[in-house]
Ligand binder design. Structure first.
Ligand SMILES: Cc1ncc(COP(=O)(O)O)c(C=O)c1O
Ligand SMILES: [Zn+2]
Length: 418
């Protein structure tokens, strides 16, 4: 067994991974999310800088020694991870930092960061002999689960809010998932999926309650560290809804620190939407004792982070505290502007939630909270093609012309004046 134990984030109880699938029975599904423990000394013996340097595996599976996979036969061939980390010096100069990097996870098989977690979960489902996997999702987690389950024989049952963007719904259906489009919010879909999975014995991939998700999500951090030659950045910006992706990013750096690969965990900054910022509020009230949870109704066009009842709030608050990080919030207007600027200035097209990370970077610069020596990474967690309706709101329209050179000349004249 690679996994040495599962530890409750709230009470610290440690469980045998064979003993339970989800959360600490003492603390319940919300406070009792579990951390995956490893025997780092044992892993250190084979998992070294040199071994990684020799590895020809350019996917998240290059980190297999620190992933909770017991049976490698279940690894899907889809290439997930080892996504590009682009350096953009023109923007670094403009915003007054030393280096700015964009980690583009829109290039994953189903076009979001969530593939890193789904790739693990379909393996765990098969190791556990499950036949059905279920998931409630704002869209990306579900479509990635459907994609990664497509080749496994697992049946996939999905609960999404009916309002999920068209592209995400289309992805679910094309991968063959059974889709329940809930007339209600993501938070309601989540509770419904929890109840149904329990009743019917489905393996639940919904955020936070499944401890193995964060392990997949940590691989983005492992890559950032390796791509920067183990010189970790000063700041890493991560968009936050349920708080699982950011918890994964912390866990990745934490594991590297334990293994002696890096000297410190970078400051991790969570970016929430103004209309859905319950983790930011809880963080600001956190004193080191119990995390105070106050839910809200979520209101933002960034559907992937439209979460009012965040399920990984305890981990996210504790981890970001440990990382000397903090949370900020950005408006929908700032998110839309960020989509446009990022695409026009770098060629990276982000969906609204993903662009929130870049909006957060711009906001910190505007508030004078960045320094000239900062090396900054923004995690772009999903492709803009997932939600073109949002992108359309910040662009002009094409010029309609007839099939004649006269029309071309007319438009070119018009454009000259612009
Ligand atoms: C593109 C994108 N960015 C960020 C997030 C936020 O992740 P989490 O809900 O784990 O905080 C999500 C979650 O759906 C997402 O799809
Ligand atoms: Zn507990």
């Amino acid at each position: 067994m690679k996994v040495a134990g599962l530890r409750c984030i709230s009470c610290g109880s440690v469980y045998d991974p064979a003993e339970l699938d989800y959360t600490c029975p003492r603390c319940g599904p919300r406070r009792g999310t579990l951390e995956v423990l490893y025997d780092y000394d044992k892993i250190k013996r084979a998992f070294t800088w040199e071994a990684l340097k020799r590895s020809q595996n350019y996917s998240m599976w290059r980190y297999l020694p620190i992933l909770p996979v017991e049976d490698e036969r279940y690894i899907q061939p889809l290439k997930v991870g080892w996504t590009p980390l682009y350096r953009f010096d023109h923007l670094a100069r403009e915003y007054g930092v030393k280096e700015l990097y964009i980690k583009d996870d829109g290039v994953n098989p189903t076009a979001s960061y969530k593939d890193r977690a789904s790739a693990i979960v379909v393996i765990k489902a098969q190791e556990k002999g499950k036949k059905v996997v279920a998931c409630a999702s704002t869209g990306n987690a579900a479509s990635s689960l459907a994609g990664f389950a497509a080749n496994t024989g697992l049946t996939t049952i999905i609960f999404v809010p009916k309002s999920a963007p068209e592209a995400k719904l289309a992805q679910l259906l094309i991968y063959g998932a059974k889709v329940l489009a809930v007339e209600g919010s993501y938070d309601q879909a989540y509770d419904l999926c929890l109840e149904a999975a329990e009743r019917y014995g489905w393996y639940n991939r919904s955020a936070a309650i499944n401890p193995y998700l964060v392990e997949g999500k940590k691989t983005g951090a492992l890559e950032v560290a390796e791509q920067l030659d183990w010189e970790v950045p000063d700041l890493v910006l991560v968009p936050v809804g349920d708080g699982s992706v950011i918890s994964g990013v912390y866990k990745g750096f934490h594991d590297l620190l334990e293994l002696g690969f890096i000297e410190a965990v970078p400051r991790i900054i969570g970016v929430q939407a103004e209309g859905a910022a319950p983790i930011k509020r809880a963080f600001e009230r956190y004193t080191g004792a119990e995390v105070a949870i106050e839910d809200q109704e979520a209101k933002t066009l960034a559907d992937s982070i439209a979460v009012g009842k965040p399920r990984d709030i305890v981990k996210a608050v504790k981890y970001i505290h440990a990382a000397r990080g903090f949370f900020i919030s950005v408006s929908d207007r700032e998110i839309l502007e960020a989509i446009g600027e990022l695409a026009k200035r770098t060629g990276v097209f982000a969906e609204p939630a993903a662009a929130a990370a870049y909006a957060g970077f711009r906001l910190l610069a505007e508030q004078g909270r960045l320094s000239k020596s900062d090396r900054v990474v923004a995690m772009i967690t999903g492709s803009g093609l997932k939600d073109i309706a949002a992108a359309r709101r910040v662009v002009g329209r094409p010029y309609p012309i007839g099939p004649s050179m006269k029309d071309v000349e007319r438009v070119l004249k018009e454009l000259e004046g612009k």
